[in-house]
Design a protein around this ligand. Structure first.
Ligand SMILES: O=C(CO)[C@@H](O)[C@H](O)COP(=O)(O)O
Length: 223
């Protein structure tokens, strides 16, 4: 397991998405976090598979596109996002009843699969699926918008998953910055999404390396 820093392109300039993506990789990003919102599951509308396809063509086959689907019917979109070039598809537990069907459908495309839970969702609902997925995403804000305040009270969920699964990728998303990273890293998060903290910074490279350093420090302490 590694510390992985995944800047959220939601906070980038969409008019220059390709350049922003390449530039943030150059500055040390491990993954590119793509926030897909359908205006129904969350109260915001962002990008769809055609944007992922164009981005993939622009950045080449190597960069890891971590696609977080905040949509009401993820099953409907799996094929499109996989064919467009997603490296991982994360869907929301709250959006679906046919969870195994979606996991299997994503795996059919030989890409990774994640499941996300919103702040009001009981972590115990996620536990039966932890052996079947590549990543658990614990939302640390109400999904929908960048720039919100980190919810520290989500950390018991992270700790519980980490205790059960010492090697599973656990992602945290929302309000992560150099001020809040220690709390998340101590709880056991190793995949860090950061939007505004990275893209609104004068020195994104420094923020990415700082996030990585602190995450790694607490990963080592756990071992
Ligand atoms: O999924 C979401 C919001 O729903 C996030 O990925 C945010 O875009 C993260 O932004 P910051 O809180 O880091 O600004």
């Amino acid at each position: 397991m590694k510390a992985l820093i995944a800047p959220s392109l939601l906070s980038s300039n969409f008019a220059k998405l390709g350049e922003e993506a390449l530039s943030i990789i150059e500055k040390g990003a491990d993954w590119l976090h793509m926030d897909v919102m359908d205006g129904h599951f969350v109260n915001n509308l962002t990008i769809g598979a055609p944007v992922i396809r164009s981005l993939r063509q622009f950045i080449g086959e190597k960069p890891y596109l971590d696609c977080h689907l905040m949509v009401s019917d993820p099953l409907k979109w799996v094929d499109d996002f996989a064919k467009a070039g997603a490296s991982m598809i994360t869907f929301h537990l709250e959006a679906v009843t046919n969870i195994d069907t979606i996991i299997n459908k994503i795996k059919e495309h030989n890409i990774e699969v994640g499941i996300s839970i919103k702040p009001n969702t009981d972590v115990d609902l996620l536990i039966p699926y932890l052996d079947k997925i590549d990543m658990a995403l614990v939302m640390t804000v109400e999904p929908g918008f960048g720039g919100q305040k980190f919810m520290q009270n989500m950390m018991p969920k992270v700790s519980k998953i980490r205790k059960l699964k010492p090697n599973l990728n656990i992602q945290v998303d929302g309000g992560l910055s150099l001020e809040t990273i220690e709390i998340a890293a101590r709880a056991g998060a190793n995949v860090i999404v950061a939007g505004s903290a990275v893209f609104k910074s004068e020195n994104p490279q420094k923020v990415i390396s700082g996030l990585r350093e602190i995450t790694e420090k607490f990963m080592k302490q756990e071992n």
